[in-house]
Design a protein around this ligand. Structure first.
Ligand SMILES: [Zn+2]
Length: 266
């Protein structure tokens, strides 16, 4: 049995080594945070229909990510140009929208059987060179159907080592969850830059992306090759480094965060 004196001594001893340990841990956490840059990725999708706007996208400063619509007139040369400029290429797969809007050539709808989905995924991938990952064009109907999304993601996984970004065109999308179940690394889009093509509004959404990334460590935005969006990005992208924010290709964020729980943002 311990004496009261020994207990008092232990009480007295506890603070100094606990304090030291606590201080050391705080220092380590602080050092880790200081070393860990804030990262953002910017996807410009709907590329392939317009040559000049596509080329202006290719010329944007830094590693933005180009997402190209399959079977569009300029898909192949623009994907090649993005790749040559050191930018990552994604395939922008058209998926059925709930309003029945024309989604353009290629892609998937909920009336297709599994074999047709597999064929569409293979054809779309063959139409765009250098693809590292996929995000959905439209898809407010398709992405809410788990069975169809499973066929799509299983077909994608069978074709190779691709990631998936859920564009989140509907809050009811199950794409991220199904990707996790299917073993396809996936992330969600956080911010749409240009639902409204007004330049001040685009700047506002870019600031939202930066604030979100500062809070959580990273953020993904999607924009389009509109003259307004390109003008704002030409202005704000060169300012990122000065603000301590690193522009990275989407694959880098997938590598770092693709296994985390989906829908942890917003
Ligand atoms: Zn799109």
């Amino acid at each position: 049995m311990r004496t009261g004196g020994a207990d008092r001594q232990r009480e007295w001893q506890r603070p100094w080594w606990q304090g030291l340990l606590c201080g050391l841990m705080l220092w380590l956490v602080g050092a880790a945070q200081a070393d860990e840059p804030v990262r953002v990725a910017v996807i410009i999708d709907d590329m392939g229909d317009h040559r000049a706007l596509g080329e202006r996208t290719v010329d944007l400063p830094g590693p933005i990510t180009c997402s190209v619509l399959p079977h569009t007139p300029h898909a192949r040369p623009l994907a090649e140009a993005c790749y040559r400029a050191g930018k990552e290429v994604m395939l922008h797969v058209p998926m059925q929208a709930k309003n029945g809007a024309d989604r353009g050539p290629g892609g998937v709808d909920i009336h297709m059987d599994q074999a047709a989905v597999e064929q569409a995924v293979a054809d779309d991938l063959a139409a765009v060179p250098h693809v590292r990952g996929v995000n959905n064009h439209m898809g407010s109907l398709y992405t809410r159907h788990p069975g169809n999304m499973r066929w799509f993601l299983e077909a994608l996984r069978a074709e190779g080592d691709y990631y998936f970004v859920d564009s989140r065109t509907t809050p009811r999308s199950v794409a991220g969850q199904v990707a996790q179940e299917t073993g396809v690394p996936a992330l969600d889009r956080h911010v749409f830059l240009d639902h409204d093509r007004d330049e001040d509004t685009i700047r506002y959404h870019f600031r939202r992306l930066v604030r979100l990334a500062e809070r959580t460590g990273y953020g993904i935005a999607i924009g389009h090759p509109y003259p307004e969006t390109l003008a704002v990005l030409e202005e704000v992208l060169p300012e990122l480094a000065g603000a301590g924010i690193k522009l990275v290709p989407v694959s880098r964020l997938v590598e770092l965060h693709g296994q985390e729980e989906e829908n942890s943002h917003e």
